[in-house]
Design a binder for this molecule. Structure first.
Ligand SMILES: NC(=O)c1ccc[n+]([C@@H]2O[C@H](COP(=O)([O-])OP(=O)(O)OC[C@H]3O[C@@H](n4cnc5c(N)ncnc54)[C@H](OP(=O)(O)O)[C@@H]3O)[C@@H](O)[C@H]2O)c1
Length: 263
């Protein structure tokens, strides 16, 4: 089975390409670096020729409202148009849990537009909504930083490892289209402020996390369960603490600290 991973050089894409190849699938990693551009359409027809499955794990280089909408609309339209012409039988799009609850943000309006285009296309599809990646926790801190303080609301979050996102997508790619939405998440729930505090402590990042019920997540007002998946979500296995230990150990000259360790 030929599978095309569009955005195949990114965080999720590169892991997904490797997993599918390890399983013996014929995989094309499609991205600008490999001559495939979903915005201009360049290389899409060639990459998708003879493909059974296309998987969209692209992301927009800019998250500014107009730019991100233009990216996801144009990129998705091109993938669906060239996919239909090539006879693709299953298109999979990676989206975000809670997208319809986060529409105050232009980024999530663009993700919803992407989902709507996929639903309206003639290609059978699966939309996979994932919770925040462990790898994204540091970016959440960066987006909420003022001076040396990170203000975050203590709402629930159920993040997952990028590796588990890729495994879930690989499983869905070799199955039948659900023609609907599947949610995936991590094995544990956290409070957002506590999660970010643990991440920063492990990285020896001196920023202080302030728990503030009025603080925004990514500029958006969120409530207790905005970020958590439904009860029927498929859950990854990797625990945050284990991932932190492993990833912090990979940063040179950086041991792992845990909340409560004395420095
Ligand atoms: N961050 C989270 O916590 C989270 C949670 C749930 C879902 N998601 C979704 O997961 C998806 C993938 O995220 P990621 O972190 O893996 O993204 P990423 O690391 O930024 O990778 C994006 C990929 O898209 C490619 N790309 C960009 N412009 C392209 C174009 N014009 N044509 C073809 N490919 C293009 C990139 O290629 P280059 O490297 O060459 O630019 C790269 O391969 C996103 O849609 C995001 O919304 C994210």
């Amino acid at each position: 089975m030929k599978i095309v991973v569009i955005g195949g050089t990114g965080l999720i894409g590169s892991k997904l390409v490797k997993k599918l190849r390890d399983e013996g699938q014929e995989v094309v990693a499609a991205a600008p670096a490999t001559g495939v551009n979903s915005i201009t359409g360049e290389g899409l027809a060639g990459a998708l020729k003879g493909a059974s499955v296309s998987i969209d794990v692209t992301n927009s280089p800019s998250w500014e409202d107009t730019a991100v909408m233009k990216f996801f609309e144009t990129s998705t339209r091109h993938q669906l148009k060239y996919g239909a012409a090539a006879g693709v039988k299953h298109h999979i799009a990676l989206s975000v849990v809670g997208t319809d609850r986060l529409l105050e943000s232009g980024f999530f309006r663009a993700k919803l537009a992407q989902e709507d285009l996929v639903k309206a296309s003639s290609i059978p599809y699966s939309i996979v909504r994932a919770t925040q990646f462990f790898e994204f926790v540091k970016s959440i801190a960066d987006l909420s930083t003022e001076g040396n303080k990170v203000r975050l609301p203590p709402v629930l979050i159920q993040p997952m490892a990028a590796d588990d996102v890729a495994s879930a997508l690989a499983g869905i790619a070799i199955g039948s289209p659900v023609n609907g939405t599947v949610e995936i998440g991590g094995p544990e729930q956290f409070r957002l402020d506590e999660l970010v505090r643990r991440d920063l402590v492990a990285r020896k990042d001196p920023r202080e996390v302030i728990s503030d019920p009025h603080a925004r997540y990514y500029g958006i007002e969120v409530s207790e369960r905005t970020l958590v998946p439904n009860d029927d979500a498929r859950l990854g296995e990797t625990r945050f603490e284990d991932w932190l230990t492993q990833s912090a150990a990979q940063i040179p000259n950086q041991g792992v600290r845990r909340v409560g360790d004395s420095s």
